[in-house]
Design a protein around this ligand. Sequence first.
Ligand code: B12
Ligand code: SF4
Ligand code: SF4
Length: 338
Amino acid sequence: MNDSTPPRRRTARPLPPRRAPRFPPPALPEDPAGLSTRLVALAKERGFVAAGILAAESATTHDTCLSWLGGGYPGEMTFLERDAAARARFDEVLPYTRSILAVAREVTAAGPGNVAKYARGEDYHVVVRRELKAVARAFAPLAPPGTHFRVAVDTAPVLEREVAVRAGLGFIGKNGLLIVPGIGSHVVLGELLTDLVLAPTAPPLAENALDRCGACTTCLTACPTDAFVAPRVLDARRCLSYLTIEKRGPFSAEEERAVAGLLFGCDICQDVCPWNRLRHPEGALSDAGAHLDPKELAALDEETFLRRFGRTALFRATASGLARNAAAALTRDPAGRS
Ligand code: B12
Ligand code: SF4
Ligand code: SF4
């Protein structure tokens, strides 16, 4: 654990006055519970390993979010600060939001590599968005006329892990990630917001009822940079995922040593977790996209970057970010084997 200053409370920049939505909410449905059951079933049919519905009043962990921002932990991720107030209420994303379908999609990539598992293959934002839109299309004929939907995957101001927990998908491990019992934490999250009133599929949360880590602290001690200030509290500035994906500009000498050959993201605090062992056993062979050649990336130009990574999650790191990560890997191992 590091000894960074504890979070101080901060007030989010207020939202501008609410503009009247361009459309009214739909009528109350006759059978909200039946519709919920159908919507969850449709999500499972589209390949989501967990799905559930919550009533969308307001975010219950918004204060935690503000304290975290106040601690300086997000580093350069100014978008979190900018959207902080919007994260408090879901109708900033869709007017009159009444219910949210929360879904988890399993990351099936396996084995070690210098690219994090969730980022191998097609961009998960594209996959989850496509599948949630298909769910909305199949569900729309069952909903009252005038029902609206909006898909969110990572990029909207939604506290996605809170939403997933409240929808009954799982619990938050000490590594800060949603763990779906029976599946693990190698999942990505998405939401379908709607102005339709649906029945929640999970009972209201009892405080601490969802801590299923017990005495285990494996992820906290395995983190190579001591990035956890406390269980579930991450100092992103120390996290290798942040350094390789979100940080812009050159690394400090300490950061360069810390990234230790990783080119995009970090899976260590998940790979050590017992909840992941069953589906992602240690020693599993790496799949396509697990390893990128740092020698190629170090010379990456914008055009090649767009062509190779435009439709993958690696796009987020930018061409210069990937080239910087590759240069750091080569400093450590000039043969580029890491
Ligand atoms: C910013 C961000 C990052 C930052 C900061 C991470 C962080 N801890 O916040 C960085 C770049 C470091 C990062 C890294 C990673 N990320 Co990220 N990240 C996000 C993003 C865009 C916002 C997160 C946010 O709002 N943080 C704000 C602070 C306040 O969150 P927090 O301190 O963890 O606390 C919240 C929760 O833990 C929760 N909570 C904690 N305890 C409890 C208990 C109860 C009862 C409840 C209800 C809630 C709750 O409530 C808190 C406040 O909302 C989300 C997408 C989204 N829109 O939510 C993805 C997201 C969290 N990331 C994701 C992933 C996959 C990763 C990585 C695994 C990628 C990788 N392999 O490199 C790593 C994991 C690092 C780690 N151990 O956290 C997934 C997580 C999937 C999962 N299983 O949970 C998300 C949800 C994206 C997605 N759509 O799938 N990420
Ligand atoms: S993703 Fe890596 S660096 Fe970040 S908290 Fe987990 S183990 Fe630590
Ligand atoms: S490694 Fe242990 S403490 Fe960390 S999330 Fe998994 S069960 Fe919880």
